[in-house]
Design a protein around this ligand. Structure first.
Ligand code: PLP
Length: 435
């Protein structure tokens, strides 16, 4: 009889078995330690093994772990919705809880469409998005994602295609000069709207800082203001996908705060519970919710485990921990420290083309030639080789696809827990220097 086994991302791959985690470190069963410089998949924002989160988890489990959202609400879910409204400051006051970032963006898409239906504009069904983006692996979320590798096997099933170029100034998709381009990539949104017709478009979705699809790509100032204005002028909702960037990861509570743009819908996940339990959210303004509240009064979406009290209690404890320990400010500080250190290190390596990012969401892009920015060939698999070497060196890094076809560019993300100390940052810089 064949041995049964857990399916892993690379079938038959060698994965160490983890024993436990503490702070920014993980330990495997052979006693090897790993500095978690990626927070897993940019998720473990408050580090591992935090006692008060475990206590909050146990306390809630002793009361009740699960109630079905169509039958009951819970103090944990109500308080979490209140905390998110408080932390996001402005108009984002209505939370819908799900279990993953993909479900959050999928929910945002559906709520945007429903918003217009309830306003008597049922034709507004399309979502516009950008190339070099990742909004999740479920079909609606993947449809919106400009991530060629993750799309290619499912192309016939995908409903929409990204139509706007990313603000990837290091290697401009429009081959323009950053100083004279007039942000032509943002103007593409206007051209797209004209082509498709604003009467057919529900929303535009974008990550404020591009994560997995590009490696911490920060847009130029003015870019998001321009996009938001175009959305407003055309009656199109703006969805900010802050699944990766939310809750302090970039040195602000939400990354969109950097440019003072208020999204109509924000999606959150990952750091929302720091990985202690699965939870994510779509958060809406009153303007988005009002037609639904006055109309059908029901969101057509949600999952069996949506808003379950255990995950909500854990997320609430994590967000209180972020606030109490001033982790948003620390993320900005430690990010500056690490970017300075990495830039120094880059001088030593001919294949490091770019270091970029905000707060503790930092990207490194690898090139064959610094001067020409020539990328590595598709089959060089540089990112994975570096990640493997780094893992042997006791440091965890996160892969990202850079380059416009999502294949040729090689990049990775450095994103340690926001709790990382300065001494641990110095240790990180030592371990990442893999030669
Ligand atoms: N949106 C963004 C910006 C992400 O980075 C991710 C995951 O990497 C997702 C959505 C999907 O989240 P999940 O993997 O939790 O489904």
């Amino acid at each position: 009889m064949e041995q049964s086994s857990l399916i892993k991302p690379v079938l038959g791959g060698a994965y160490p078995t983890i024993s436990h985690g503490q702070g920014v470190f993980l330990y495997d069963k052979n006693g090897k330690d790993y500095l978690d410089a990626s927070s897993g998949a940019v998720t473990a924002n408050i580090g591992h093994g935090v006692q008060e989160i475990i206590e909050a988890m146990v306390k809630q489990a002793k009361q009740v772990s699960f109630v079905y959202r169509s039958q009951f609400t819970s103090d944990a879910a109500e308080k979490l919705a209140g905390k998110i409204a408080e932390l996001t400051k402005g108009e984002l006051t209505y939370s819908f809880f799900v279990n993953s970032g993909s479900e959050a963006t999928e929910t945002a898409l559906k709520i945007a469409i429903q918003h217009w239906q309830e306003k008597g504009k049922p034709k507004k069904q399309k979502i516009i998005s950008r190339w070099m983006s990742y909004h999740g692996i479920t079909m609606g979320a993947l449809s919106m994602s400009g991530h060629p590798i993750r799309r290619e096997r499912f192309t016939p099933l995908l409903e929409s295609y990204p139509s706007v170029s990313p603000p990837y100034c290091y290697r401009c998709p429009l081959q323009l000069d950053q100083h004279t381009c007039g942000m032509a990539c943002a103007s593409e949104l206007e051209a797209s709207i004209r082509r498709i017709g604003s009467e057919n478009i529900a929303a535009f979705i974008a990550e404020p800082v591009i994560g997995a699809a590009g490696g911490a790509i920060v847009p130029p100032d003015g870019y998001f203001q321009k996009l938001k204005k175009i959305c407003e002028e055309n009656d199109i909702l703006f969805i900010a996908d802050e699944v990766m960037t939310g809750f302090g990861r970039t040195g602000k509570m939400l990354a969109s705060e950097y440019w003072d743009v208020e999204p109509d819908i924000v999606t959150l996940g990952k750091g929302m519970s720091g990985g202690y339990t699965p939870i994510a959210a779509a958060v809406m303004t009153k303007n988005v919710m009002e037609p639904i509240m006055k109309g059908s009064k029901s969101i057509i979406g949600g999952h069996t485990l949506s808003a379950n009290p255990l995950s909500c209690a854990v997320s609430l404890a994590v967000l209180e921990y972020v606030e109490r320990n001033e982790l948003v400010e620390k993320s900005a500080d430690r990010g500056n420290y690490l970017i300075r250190g990495l830039k120094k290190l880059a001088g030593k390596y001919s294949f490091i083309g770019d270091i970029r990012g905000r707060g503790l969401l930092i990207g490194i892009e690898f090139v064959l030639d610094k001067a020409t920015k020539a990328p590595f060939p598709k089959d060089a698999d540089v990112t994975n080789q570096i990640i493997e070497l780094a893992m042997r060196n006791g440091i965890l890094l996160y892969p990202a696809a850079a380059g416009l076809d999502g294949v040729t560019g090689a990049a990775l993300i450095i994103s340690p827990p926001l709790t990382i100390s300065e001494e641990e940052c110095a240790e990180l810089l030592m371990r990442v220097d893999i030669t």
